[in-house]
Design a protein around this ligand. Sequence first.
Ligand SMILES: *[C@@H]1O[C@H](CO)[C@@H](O)[C@H](O)[C@H]1NC(C)=O
Ligand SMILES: *[C@@H]1O[C@H](CO)[C@@H](O)[C@H](O)[C@H]1NC(C)=O
Ligand SMILES: *[C@@H]1O[C@H](CO)[C@@H](O)[C@H](O)[C@H]1NC(C)=O
Ligand SMILES: *[C@@H]1O[C@H](CO)[C@@H](O)[C@H](O)[C@H]1NC(C)=O
Length: 531
Amino acid sequence: GGWGCLLLFGMLLCGLLFHTVSQHGTRVDEYSKKPNFIIILADDIGWGDLDVNRPEEKLNNTPYLNLMAEQGLRLTDFHSPASTCSPSRAAILTGRYGLRNGVTHNFAVDSVAGLPLSEVTLPQLLQKAGYYTAMIGKWHLGHNGSYGPTNRGFDYYLGIPYSNDMGCSDIPGYNLPQCLPCDRYGPQRSVHKGCYSKVGLPLIENSSIVEQPLDLWTLTEQYKSAATRIIRNAREQGQPYLLYIALAHMHVPLAPPLSPDACSSTPNGGKVYAASLREMDSLVGAVKSASDDTNKNNTLIWFTGDNGPWEKKCQYAGSVGPFTGKWQTSRGGGSAKQTTWEGGHRVPTVAYWPGRIPANTTSSALLSGMDIFPTLLSLAGVIPPSSRRYDGIDATSVLLHGEQTGHEFLFHPNSGAAGRFGDLQAVRTGKHKAFYITGAAEACGGATGRQQLHDPPLVFDLEWDKSEETPLEVGTPEYKAVAERIARRREELLWDIATDKSVSTADYSTDKSAAPCCDPRHTVCRCHTQG
Ligand SMILES: *[C@@H]1O[C@H](CO)[C@@H](O)[C@H](O)[C@H]1NC(C)=O
Ligand SMILES: *[C@@H]1O[C@H](CO)[C@@H](O)[C@H](O)[C@H]1NC(C)=O
Ligand SMILES: *[C@@H]1O[C@H](CO)[C@@H](O)[C@H](O)[C@H]1NC(C)=O
Ligand SMILES: *[C@@H]1O[C@H](CO)[C@@H](O)[C@H](O)[C@H]1NC(C)=O
């Protein structure tokens, strides 16, 4: 309902803009050409990892992203749709909450299925509208049979099917606990908690394994050259394109280029993380410069994250900035990835489009990764199927016209910290955030917290309490007004989902034979052509 109106409004606006431009008579071709889209999704990145989000600290880890923000728009109140990987990615590609698209928690190495085939994806719709669609990086929405990216709307794919800690590497990067390398000749010598030994992580091109086990240390270069090749080819073909780059950075194991001294027996964790951040940033810079060199004014680059830092990885986890979730941490446990505290889902976000997005601007509009779906479709002039309900909003006017409002209400689903996966346990509206259920992730050092139900809900004022430390007093007029509005909207949304005939159910079953394997005759499925 509301979304349809927004879409209609966006199209009217586009029409008006086009009309105005035609009257001036010069830039018609440029503006009527379908725009290119580059979505860059970092993994486990913290809101505070972007230098310009913490100017007082004078960091210099993300110079290219800082430049992109200076030439574009920094979104300071932008949220990943979930606080873990698969549900966040599913919501980005479908514009729908996990309760609708079926993906409420992560898929495994031996998952038989993935994002339900009944779901319609962003690349599918753009592909139908004449776009060339390519994806580089981590998919994590199911890899067996028809669940891979090339069957879900991408013309081309190069990347890993799930997280880079879900398999062994010939030279393992930095992780806690440290993973052992894949043994080259014999069977795996030992199995370390958190590392999978049966299957080395594969690198997949289209739907074939091209490398297994994965060499983490050359992955960045492979991604970089594939991305720049795709951007240049697309220009030669003259076809509009969608390039979705889901980085391996900043997920452990980290594998940054380090000077020999930094690699010494006791590497400084902070140094490793910072070096990895700089490596990620240089990859973003290479993509930006390839795009700037080809079709600068017709390409939107949108950088964001899939969820907050993985706190239990200690020195190998990113920074949440001021969003420290103190109510939770003072009671034990972590408050970032997996949780609905701000550190779990507020992600660093920059949108860049020379000539279209005003330079050096900042917006605190409340937005979500789910908005990428309706926004790109609107910019491309594509209307999504009306047979289903969407939760993202068209953010075109925030990106292009300085509009400062986004979602009136934004819900945050449980992603593993407490209770049932996917349940909408926290709600934002304006500066207020309400929790019906709280839960913690594992903190650095192993502390965990327990799930707590809140009736009446906890309500925080994020404007003066970014660290979510002290809830409003129940019974004050401010509390009552917020709690009532939120309760009403929550009922409406739950009813809307309960009556949604387009809800999908994901099959989370597993079977050993569904694990990707280059050559089952070799240990860790090693491709026999290698070494
Ligand atoms: C993997 O996908 C193939 C093809 O869709 C299917 O035949 C097979 O049953 C799936 N594997 C498992 C373990 O379900
Ligand atoms: C991947 O698929 C695309 C589209 O079908 C094709 O053009 C390309 O050659 C394929 N690449 C490889 C390495 O198979
Ligand atoms: C892109 O747009 C900007 C601002 O409108 C303009 O100054 C610049 O010349 C354009 N560049 C190209 C390559 O068209
Ligand atoms: C961007 O904005 C900031 C703060 O408003 C200002 O200090 C800076 O000089 C601006 N940068 C450019 C390149 O205009």
